[in-house]
Write a protein that binds this ligand. Structure first.
Ligand code: ADP
Ligand code: ADP
Ligand code: MG
Length: 505
């Protein structure tokens, strides 16, 4: 029985995992870098331990130090979250060797699916349709040119070890091939341990639709339905929803069966995601498998009423999933927005800093998976994503209305965020109608462009409003200390002033 888990991650996902542990009565150990002492995952955990310097390779990627912490605190298992060591076979093997349960994919599946060239070969052998392309590393520019011509332009050069949208370059003409190949290769070299690059046919206006799968040690592999992830910037997801607006019951059944087949082909255990490209004629092709929990897993949880982290822990502990495929169906609609500390008006450059004011949305159908708080300083060393805003409603139309409402309620000052950009997305006709593909953000760039001065003046106005409401509180201390509230409470000049400060912008 797993009684104690070390979470080898930070940020919102570390808190997310610990929340499920709490509900299961499992105690938690946080590990943190020197830059993360004040981070929410540290205070949330039952115990915590510093594992090294701010740079990821010294801490969150430092296998020796994480294992040492696991032994010192006597944990039964390690949950790796996503990113960092979650898809690292060396780490999973090391855990096994030390007698610690790794709450993630089996090493074999990780090796077979972790590398895109390998995954394509494995999937073809299993009879899964893959995006047309090559299956070996391109060693020279000449090879790149030859194979691009064979497959037919346009093509994408992709890093075999790629992730997070990095190492992907488009070539529409033969002239572009050299640059695309070289850029993909050097980006791969800079970001991943390997610089292997291969070619995929570029599918025009595709949908990114993925299937959550879950397997146990008894050979059961189930699919947990679809997520639409086509709202992307630079091949990275910004907004996700479930079910996909493009989906039909027939397509879901067909893709779900292929997802299960893919999982079974590698003996999958735990939570994984099979990503597909789907063209406008609803032809679908295997893209890649992520052998871990995904950032956007909450939308699946919301429509299925399941806790994926609990299921992960359960199957890692050697228990059966305890569900049947026919028991799994989506109810209502869920949307997730990724909230990032970045400057949406300045090419989305990361914008870490002090959070001065934070009001997170609440109310019916609202879920905030986050880790920041008022007064917290977002460190410069890690991902700019500070949290995720998830809504559930009975149908898609209501879910969009709800997302508009919670984005309106979400107030964060001190750092720049993409919240106003997300608000605009919720009003773009293509999104509202559910007619969009991976080209959506680029196509609607004009509608999504911002007014440059808005954020700065808003931050200033909010400072004034905070002061004004505090003055209001002081001035009305008498009233505030009695039961006179609501309509009975006199409106002070200060409150009026605070409101005007907000209206002015
Ligand atoms: P999802 O498919 O769930 O959106 P992403 O591919 O965007 O996940 O990656 C999730 C997180 O993991 C991000 O923080 C990303 O930067 C990180 N990540 C993904 N792949 C890699 C990789 N190969 N190496 C390092 N970090 C990665
Ligand atoms: P990563 O490992 O970085 O997540 P993926 O292979 O999953 O990389 O691709 C990320 C995104 O890049 C896809 O969701 C899609 O928008 C785009 N993409 C990747 N391959 C293709 C392709 N063959 N045709 C068109 N778009 C693609
Ligand atoms: Mg992907």
């Amino acid at each position: 029985m797993i009684k104690k888990i070390l979470v080898a991650n930070r940020g919102e996902i570390a808190v997310r995992v610990m929340r499920s542990c709490k509900e299961m009565g499992i105690s938690t150990v946080a590990v943190f870098s020197e830059a993360d002492r004040m981070s929410r995952h540290v205070s949330y955990a039952d115990e915590a331990c510093c594992i090294g310097g701010p740079v990821s390779k010294d801490s969150y990627l430092n296998i020796d130090n994480i294992i040492a912490a696991a032994k010192r605190f006597g944990v039964d298992a390690i949950h790796p979250g996503y990113g960092f060591l979650s898809e690292n076979a060396t780490f999973a093997e090391r855990c096994e060797k030390e007698g610690i349960i790794f709450i993630g994919a089996p090493v074999k599946a990780m090796v077979e699916m972790g590398d895109k060239i390998n995954a394509r070969t494995t999937m073809i052998a299993a009879g899964v349709p893959v995006v047309p392309g090559t299956h070996e590393n391109l060693e020279t520019v000449e090879q790149a040119k030859k194979q691009a011509a064979e497959i037919g332009l346009p093509v994408l050069f992709k890093a075999s070890a790629g992730g997070g949208g990095m190492g992907i370059r488009l070539a529409r003409t033969m002239e572009e091939v050299v640059d695309a190949y070289t850029a993909a290769k050097s980006e791969a070299k800079a970001n991943f341990a390997s610089d292997l690059v291969y070619i995929e046919k570029f599918i025009e206006n595709p949908h990114h639709i993925e299937f959550q799968i879950m397997g146990d040690k008894f050979g059961t592999v189930l699919h947990l339905c679809d997520r639409e992830c086509s709202v992307q910037r630079r091949h990275q997801k910004v907004v996700e929803e479930s079910p996909s607006p493009l989906m039909t019951p027939e397509l879901r059944k067909a893709m779900g069966e292929v997802a299960v087949k893919a999982g079974k082909a590698v003996g999958y255990v735990g939570a994984g995601t099979i990503e597909f490209m789907v063209d406008n004629n609803r032809n679908f092709y295997f893209l890649e498998m992520n052998t871990r929990l995904q950032v956007e897993h909450p939308i699946t949880e919301e429509v299925l009423g399941l806790d994926l982290v609990k299921l992960q822990i359960k199957v890692a502990d050697g228990q059966p999933i305890g569900l049947k495929q026919e028991e799994i169906s989506q109810r209502g609609h869920a949307i997730e927005c990724r909230i990032c500390a970045e400057d949406a008006e300045n090419n989305f450059t990361p914008a870490p800093g002090f959070i001065k004011q934070l009001t997170e949305p609440l109310g019916i159908g609202t879920r905030v998976d986050s880790y920041v708080y008022e007064g917290y300083e977002i460190p410069i060393f890690y991902d700019s994503m500070i949290g995720k805003l998830i809504v559930w409603a009975t149908n898609r139309e209501y879910a969009i209305e709800r997302m508009r409402r919670v984005l309106y309620e979400y107030k964060i000052t001190g750092v720049k965020t993409n919240i106003s950009y997300l608000r605009k997305i919720m009003d773009v006709p293509d999104f509202v109608e559910g007619h969009y593909d991976t080209g959506f953000l680029e196509k609607n760039a004009d509608l999504l462009a911002g007014e440059k001065t808005y954020e700065a003046s808003k931050s200033e106005a909010e400072d004034i409003a905070i002061l004004a409401s505090y003055m209001d509180y002081i001035v009305n201390l008498d009233e505030n200390n009695t039961s006179r509230t609501g309509d009975n409470r006199p409106i002070s000049r200060w409150r009026e002033f605070g409101k005007r400060a907000m209206i002015r912008i």
